[in-house]
Write a protein that binds this ligand. Structure first.
Ligand SMILES: N[C@@H](CCC(=O)N[C@@H](CS)C(=O)NCC(=O)O)C(=O)O
Length: 209
């Protein structure tokens, strides 16, 4: 289903906006792209801050609806345009686990991996995101048994968490354990992933923001 109002994605090359771009490609709705070059500081321009006061990419606009934060963008798009396919329905027992992995991606994986990449490893007891090793173990154990986060079925949670895993493997922040490498291989083989990567990861920008 195409948006009756017109979708615009505000993104910057080689950034976390890749996740939202990939999500739009998986959903298959037409969308426009506006580049907000974070390397030139355009994310702090007053007009953009009206859309996203955090001054970060991505931001999605769908008519009067404005959404930022990758999990929120993915949940919005999947519920609105791919309900029952990329989003388990409300009454589906898998909906709970789907939401958990959505949140886990940016509440746990992203921050604990960022700190680990800076050689900061804090005690898991007091940190909301736990330890880096626990996060790797949780994902590896799950993906050793499952093709995707919910099993055989690919959902929007695989886009959000999978994009994070993919970038972190590429940057050699995550260890190359077989379960994660194989999962990443299944994700990168998807035509929608490849279209998003071709559009948003120019080879000249090897180091993501
Ligand atoms: N929690 C946000 C993270 C977005 C984010 O960190 N974006 C970075 C680029 S990868 C950004 O816009 N940085 C520019 C800045 O903070 O000035 C999400 O999941 O969407």
């Amino acid at each position: 289903m195409a948006s009756p109002r017109g979708i615009t994605l505000y993104h910057s090359p080689a950034s976390r906006a890749f996740t939202a771009y990939w999500m739009l490609e998986e959903v298959g709705v037409p969308f426009d792209v506006k580049t907000v070059d974070i390397r030139k500081g355009e994310q702090k321009a007053p007009e953009y801050l009206k859309l996203n006061p955090a001054g970060k990419v991505p931001t999605l606009r769908d008519g009067e609806v404005v959404v930022s934060e990758n999990p929120a963008i993915a949940i919005y798009l999947a519920d609105r345009y791919s309900y029952g396919r990329l989003a388990p329905k409300i009454e589906d027992p898998e909906r709970g686990e789907y939401l958990k992995w959505m949140v886990y991606a940016t509440a746990v994986v992203d921050p604990v991996a960022f700190l680990h990449s800076k050689e900061i490893d804090v005690s898991g007891f007091s940190a909301g995101f736990g330890t880096f090793d626990d996060m790797v173990e949780v994902l590896s154990a799950l993906l050793m048994e499952r093709k995707h986060l919910l099993g055989d079925r690919f959902t929007a949670a695989d886009v959000v968490l999978g994009a994070t895993v993919s970038v972190l493997l590429h940057r050699q922040v995550l260890p190359e354990v077989a379960a994660l490498v194989d999962y990443n291989g299944r994700l990168t083989a998807r035509p929608a992933y490849q279209r998003a990567a071709d559009a948003t990861w120019p080879s000249s920008l090897m180091h993501p923001a």
